[in-house]
Design a protein around this ligand. Structure first.
Ligand code: DI6
Ligand code: FE
Length: 390
């Protein structure tokens, strides 16, 4: 006996099957049956009529900076007058201005603000959201951010430690000493409190070098934590190859990655996470190497990169539209980017991202004629229901 069955649904499993008149059953928080309705001969305690809606795997946003205080509308105004993102960062604004606000905020205030933002993801059918630290850059604030992230409700939260996001003012000119501090004190404390699912670094001219990144990764690996990387967003520092060398779950951004970087990702099995929100908001022009990613069969995930500086984007659906219009992804690739490949970028492919028997009963119902509509429409609200295994 199944707990519930959804009938009169069109279903795309994202694992290779589409059912035009489908049925999907759940039991004990997992998918227990999926197929054509005519083959459904079992019974369930509750029967739901999907009224012809499409059932798709729930969205997974695998890269966000959802927890922070304040906003950077003023920097947006400066950039509209001609300042660049890197100019603002070098002048002590940018990430550091959010660090000042976040250090001052209480854990309650951070959690409440992030919970309010999260409603948009829930309304668009997301059930898993990754949240990074990185606006503390000191021990207490990094821990405070991670604790705030772990308090969020309504989605499954995966927390990523990004203590090496940028150099805090008190370590000016002493980047290696800051990396020592991150590796010796902050990351071990966060791991000790079981607040860390993965470790990320911003490897960039305005942030940390390859060698500094490798030190953080070695430390993560000693603690048994998987790694991810902000790689090659604004310049080619060889970030993709470095991520691959450390068997990263994912390498993210990748606008400036080389063909060799992409080949390295293919060999390591890392996912590529594309972030069109930041590309759009910073008016970048260099496209990520989509053709090479396709040619090398690197799984392409998509994410909002929600953050107050480079991507104040709260809509997975809009990220899908941007990925198609700006990065030339197909709507099908964009959908895979927020489901099956996003789960992979978080190491959750065994439980999330597709509608297969045994996986979590996380799915969304969409009032659309075809899945391509999700990436096509701008500002629509087609999600009519979201189910999440708890
Ligand atoms: N890359 C980004 O685009 C964000 N962080 C990162 O490492 C920017 C974060 C910010 O500007 O606040
Ligand atoms: Fe980011």
């Amino acid at each position: 006996m199944h707990d519930a069955v959804w009938l009169n649904a069109r279903i795309a499993t994202l694992a290779g099957a589409t059912f035009r008149d489908g049925a999907l059953a759940v039991a004990g928080g997992r998918i227990s049956w999926v197929g054509e309705r005519c083959d459904w001969k079992e019974s369930a305690r509750t029967e739901h009529d999907a009224r012809g809606a499409w059932i798709l795997p729930a969205f997974v946003d695998c890269h966000t900076h959802l927890v922070y205080a304040g906003n950077r509308a003023h920097e947006f105004e400066l950039r509209l007058k001609g300042a660049s993102y890197e100019d603002i960062a070098r002048a002590g604004g940018g990430i550091l201005s959010t660090v000042r606000a976040t250090r001052e905020a209480s854990e309650d205030a951070l959690a409440a603000a992030a919970q309010r933002r999260l409603q948009r993801w829930i309304a668009e059918g997301a059930t898993v959201v990754e949240v990074k630290s990185g606006y503390g850059l000191d021990r207490d604030t990094e821990l405070k951010m991670l604790r705030a992230a772990r308090r969020l409700t309504g989605v499954t939260v995966k927390t990523t430690f990004l203590g090496a996001h940028t150099l805090p003012e008190e370590y000016k000119g002493r980047a290696d000493a800051y990396i020592d501090f991150v590796c010796d004190e902050v990351l071990p404390a966060a791991a000790d409190e079981k607040l860390v699912d993965a470790v990320d670094v911003f490897c960039e001219r305005i942030a940390f070098s390859r060698a500094q990144t490798a030190r953080v990764f070695d430390c993560a690996q000693r603690l048994g934590l998987p790694v991810k990387l902000h790689a090659d967003q604004l310049s080619d520092l060889g970030g993709a190859a470095l991520a691959a060398r450390h068997h990263a779950l994912s390498a993210d951004h990748l606008e400036y990655s080389s063909e060799q970087g992409v080949e390295a990702l293919a060999r390591s099995g890392s996912a590529a996470v594309l972030l069109p929100g930041a590309f759009y908001f910073l008016r970048e022009t260099r496209l990520p190497p989509i053709a090479a990613l396709r040619r090398n069969h690197v799984p392409m995930a998509l994410a909002t990169d929600h953050n107050p500086g480079s991507s104040p984007l709260s809509s997975p659906l809009l990220a899908m539209n941007m990925a198609c219009t700006l990065f030339h992804l197909t709507p099908e690739e964009a959908l895979a980017g927020f489901t099956v490949n996003a789960a992979r970028a978080l190491g959750m492919q065994a439980t999330h991202g597709t509608l297969e028997v045994g996986k979590a009963a996380d799915f969304a119902l969409w009032e659309i004629d075809s899945p391509a509509e999700l990436a096509y429409a701008i500002g629509a609200a087609p999600c009519v229901r979201r189910e999440r295994a708890t």
